[in-house]
Design a protein around this ligand. Structure first.
Ligand SMILES: C[S@@+](CC[C@H](N)C(=O)[O-])C[C@H]1O[C@@H](n2cnc3c(N)ncnc32)[C@H](O)[C@@H]1O
Length: 292
């Protein structure tokens, strides 16, 4: 499975994990804005799962402008195909304005959503959104840079909804003697890039510095486990992708021969348990809703 397939396959994991209190606070706040068009900007939309989920779960008001920003061409292409197709399947009439540019309207009953799926770097985007959504994104970028950008973009009183922001714990069941060393190294690798393993709690600390108030916070831990001996939906491939991501990340660190041998032994055991459908993975994330 590649990242493109992984992003679509992980939907069932995220659907289960999203904190419902934070999601309800998001819905109540956006639906209370009855005046005019709600302008949503999403950073790092991937293959477009978040807008589909918000529409399917009836989280959005009647008049919405939804700009989905993604920098990877393959993901943008998939989102441009997948979002209108799935909305049509949900009974929306899709009016294509510019298929090459990812612009279309989705209309059902009194609701009209004006989509624009843009291939762009989130840091280059301009505009004046009422809401910024960043799902599983803020742990990949510099928090200070992104918060400064967000507070510049958002209209006064605008919202940031940042679900599935990684917050420092990865664990497995059954345990293995090398778990701690492997996950410590995995988090050490994350710390070498922008964002990092403690992005969730750092976000709580930094938002007020950039003029935001925390409205709601909840845990959105991923728990991927076999149910009655079988992984649900495509979660066997998701957990395999995550173990391989950990393997690749830790392999990039300078390791001794002994550490390499231990890592290989750990990966082999975990792959066997995934094949046997007996491994559980737990990753701790936070969902955060802020007002600027
Ligand atoms: C972990 S994925 C999450 C995707 C999606 N939000 C979801 O939860 O399914 C992060 C996404 O952000 C995109 N991304 C990372 N940095 C970006 C940037 N600076 N501008 C736009 N997209 C970016 C990646 O290409 C990837 O698709």
């Amino acid at each position: 499975m590649n990242e493109l397939e992984y992003l679509t396959a992980k939907r069932s994991v995220d659907d289960r994990s999203l904190d419902r209190t934070v999601l309800t606070a998001f819905r109540d706040t956006v639906q209370a804005r009855t005046e005019g068009n709600l302008r949503i900007l999403e950073f790092g939309t991937g293959t477009g799962t978040m807008p589909l989920r918000l529409i399917e779960w009836d989280m959005l008001p009647d008049s919405v402008e939804y700009r989905a920003i993604e920098r990877q061409t393959s993901h943008v292409e998939r989102a441009r195909k997948r979002i209108p197709e799935q909305l049509a399947g949900m009974g929306y009439t899709v009016e294509e304005l510019d298929s090459a540019d990812g612009r279309f309207h989705a209309i059902r009953g009194s609701q009209r959503i004006r989509f624009s799926i843009e291939k762009e770097d989130a840091f280059n985007v301009t505009g004046e959104p009422d809401v910024i959504i960043a799902c599983a994104f803020l742990d990949l970028v510099s928090l200070r840079n992104v918060l400064s950008h967000i507070s510049d973009l958002l209209t006064p009183g605008g919202l940031l909804y940042a679900p599935i922001t990684f917050d420092g714990f990865t664990g497995f069941s059954p345990t293995h003697p090398y778990d701690d060393i492997v996950t410590d190294n995995y988090h050490r690798h994350m710390a070498q890039r922008a964002g990092g393993p403690q992005s969730g709690r750092q976000l709580l600390e930094l938002v007020p510095e950039y003029g935001g108030d925390i409205v709601a916070v909840g845990g959105s831990d991923w728990i991927i486990r076999p149910v009655d001996g079988t992984y649900p939906a495509e979660e066997q491939a998701v957990i395999a992708f995550l173990v391989s991501t950990i393997h690749n990340a830790v392999s990039e660190l300078p390791l001794t021969q002994e550490q390499k041998k231990n890592l290989d032994e750990w990966v082999e055991r975990r792959e066997q348990q995934i094949a046997d459908e007996s491994l559980t993975l737990i990753a701790h994330n936070l969902d955060i809703l802020c007002q600027f």
